[in-house]
Design a protein around this ligand. Structure first.
Ligand code: GAL
Length: 678
């Protein structure tokens, strides 16, 4: 049984870098961690030179000495493979290992993640260092698991080296067989891009207006994902042969151009995420009305679609920034606890903070951990100890799962197509934000689901699926959705659905293409809404909605029913919403992108809004998340506001943190949290 995520206990950890500190403080650090509630540390993920200081010369004393102390103190260890930071000797001798930018210039030694996944020599040297580390350390008592690399595809998710072009050709030969097929899939007849020899095919390079063939770029992203996955699998296959029974293999972070679901399925025991909620400050300037740190619940929901119960490998515990970029404020009093509970509420049974001591050198001198440079007692270590006390009262939650009846459906084809297609990305971004915010503000628990990694049973856990803009549709997805609807499910589609094939080429059937029959819809015309000048209104049987970003003029066919129509401008009188009864369920085709109000109206009309309203009345600024299992259901109430909030209770509930039954109402202080047994 693995030490963490075993369904039995919630566990706290921290990231530690023995190589950054004098050996004389190791023991004291470990003891202080243990006294503060830390049971696990993650180490070694950037320390290649400590075990292979010169090519082919292996030295193990450094980590042996440190791990001896861990064994002695009973500190558990997650050991990282060091491939995110190749040593200087390596890239100097084998420059083909370096990643290259779109202009053909290599990224040099001096930062991190400057390698590519495909250079054969890097794969061989990776294989060797991982084998050596596993051979030497895997049987250590203190080691409980392994982290592969660090944040695959972080910093950059684009690769343009010669090794990548060579591997891309192999990837394409495998996918298409012949150049004729490749030319067809990429539509190379357009602008005379036809290839007549494989050597002419490269990973994307600099083009006029950066307008590289979109079908080529879509395949390129698939290729980057396959490369990262294969690099991860190369390491996991080695580790599997050496690890002790019960030890696990994972990797951390959720980055783009990477099918994290498939990577987890083929190489990992579970996924871990790195959560820095005050990054919201960099993203939206911390607008007072924005979701701010609460927005991180969206990433956590996405992580949950990969591993229903997951770990947080790095969680923000101080002010953050590199010396060159990024600035995120320190957690205010209570926020470290709030974010820990946010992670747990969404399915984390392990939370590890980044990092124990703040680095005194390097790019991350401002990336504060729990302790500041001096290491003296401070507010954050006091809060860590309090988190541990709180966790002790929540242990019953371990192993339960986030409970939701509504899911937002995605798939990688469409995520990646939207990255390079403005028309697609504008509607996707708007709708995802809107549906997530509507669910948050109405206290409707929401899951994410990647449909290509789900089966009918997985779909049937939900009463309603929002699949907002699947521009690329396949027969397999349509068949799965149809079976779900026939058996009683409801699927809501938005505009721009099913007008592309898997290559990202537009289909010539009547729109919405492969969904025309399932939705009994016919799209007669479509266009953008001019931002700031045009407002387009919709009437849905008395509910006045506003269209956003885009309009499909959609009319019912067969036994489809026109539920709503546009009521303004030249659209007035055209269909805006079509429903279709199929078997026991129903589809909706909504001819525009969702804004928060429209998403709320759907949640209400479909009877899935605020499912705990008969027990709890929760203010908008507080998130409600529920984890449920055989042992019961637990409601997490998370107050993201810098002011107290009151949650009214319709019946008495046991409050786990207060260890008492509360009646009438529960007061949450600023950034406060309550966990109620329902
Ligand atoms: C993470 C990374 C850590 C550290 C931290 C702060 O993305 O895994 O190694 O760099 O961010 O930048």
């Amino acid at each position: 049984m693995s030490y963490i995520l075993n369904g039995k206990r919630l566990v706290l950890g921290v990231c530690y870098y023995p190589e950054h500190w004098a050996k004389s403080i190791w023991r004291e650090d470990l003891q202080r961690m243990l006294e503060s509630g830390i049971e696990v540390i993650r180490i070694a993920e950037f320390a290649w030179s400590k075990t292979e200081p010169e090519e082919g010369v292996f030295t193990y004393d450094f980590f042996d000495e440190f791990l001896d102390l861990c064994d002695e103190t009973d500190m558990k260890v997650i050991f990282g493979t060091p491939t995110a930071t190749p040593p200087a000797w390596l890239t100097e001798k084998y420059p083909e290992v370096l990643n290259v930018d779109i202009n053909g210039l290599p990224y040099r030694h001096g930062a991190r993640r400057h390698y590519n996944y495909n250079a054969l020599v890097y794969r061989a040297l990776t294989q060797r260092i991982v084998t050596k580390l596993a051979e030497h350390y895997a049987q250590r008592k203190c080691i409980i698991g392994w982290q592969i690399d660090n944040e695959l595809n972080c910093e950059t998710d684009e690769f343009h080296s010669e090794a990548d072009s060579a591997a891309f050709r192999l990837f394409l030969r495998d996918r298409y067989g012949t150049l004729a097929e490749l030319n067809r899939a990429w539509g190379t007849v357009f602008w005379n891009q036809t290839y007549t020899a494989w050597e002419q095919v490269h990973v994307p390079r600099k083009t006029i207006s950066n307008s590289t063939n979109p079908h080529e770029v879509l395949d390129y992203i698939r290729f980057v994902s396959a490369s990262a996955r294969s690099f991860c699998k190369l390491q996991s296959d080695i580790l599997r042969a050496y690890i002790k029974p019960g030890d696990f293999i994972t990797t951390n972070g959720m980055f783009e151009n990477l099918d994290n679901h498939e990577m987890t399925r083929e190489s990992l025991d579970f996924f871990t995420y790195d959560s820095y909620p005050n990054f919201a400050y960099c993203l939206d300037g911390y607008t007072p009305n924005g979701l701010r740190d609460r927005r991180w619940s969206r990433s956590l929901s996405e992580v949950r679609s990969i591993s229903p119960i997951f770990g947080i490998m790095e969680q923000q515990s101080g002010a953050n920034g590199w010396n060159t970029r990024m600035e995120a404020p320190t957690p205010r009093s209570g926020q470290m606890t709030l974010w820990t509970m946010q992670s747990i509420a969404h399915g984390a049974d392990y939370v590890s903070f980044f990092r124990w001591r703040t680095a005194t050198m390097g790019t991350e001198i401002y990336w504060h951990g729990i302790l500041d440079y001096s290491g003296r007692e401070n507010r954050r270590i006091a809060e860590l100890r309090d988190i541990k006390t709180k966790l002790n009262r929540l242990q019953a939650v371990a192993g339960t799962r986030y409970a939701a009846k509504v899911a937002l459906v995605k798939d990688y084809d469409n995520v990646w197509d939207a990255k390079l297609d403005r028309w697609h990305s504008r509607v996707s971004w708007a709708s995802e934000e809107a549906i997530f915010s509507a669910a948050q503000h109405t206290h409707t628990p929401l899951d994410y689901m990647y449909i290509d990694h789900a089966d009918l049973d997985a779909l049937k856990q939900y009463s309603v699926l929002f699949y907002p803009h699947p521009s690329i549709m396949t027969k397999a997805r349509e068949a799965l959705l149809r079976a779900y609807v026939e058996q009683g499910g409801t699927v809501v589609f938005g505009c721009r659905s099913a007008y592309k094939d898997v290559n990202g080429q537009c289909v010539m059937e009547k729109l919405p293409g492969l969904l025309a029959d399932l939705t009994a819809s016919d799209i007669l015309e479509y266009s953008f809404i001019a931002p700031d000048v045009e407002r387009v209104s919709i009437d849905w049987g008395g509910d006045a909605l506003e269209a956003s970003v885009f309009t499909d003029l959609v009319e019912p066919v067969g036994d489809g029913v026109r539920e709503g129509e546009y009521t303004s401008d030249y659209y007035a009188g055209s269909g805006a919403l079509v429903s279709h009864r199929v078997g026991l369920g129903r589809t909706y085709y909504y001819g525009t992108a969702f804004n928060e109000e429209a998403a709320k109206v759907f949640l209400k009309r479909l009877g899935v809004c605020d499912p705990y309203a008969d027990i709890l009345t929760v203010p908008e600024g507080v998130e409600l998340a529920v984890r449920a299992g055989e042992q019961g259901a637990y409601a997490f109430l998370l107050n993201y506001q810098n002011a107290p909030q009151t949650v009214a209770l319709q019946r008495p509930c046991e409050s786990l943190l207060q260890a008492e039954t509360v009646t009438g109402a529960i007061e949450l202080p600023a950034y406060g949290v309550a966990v109620l047994k329902l």
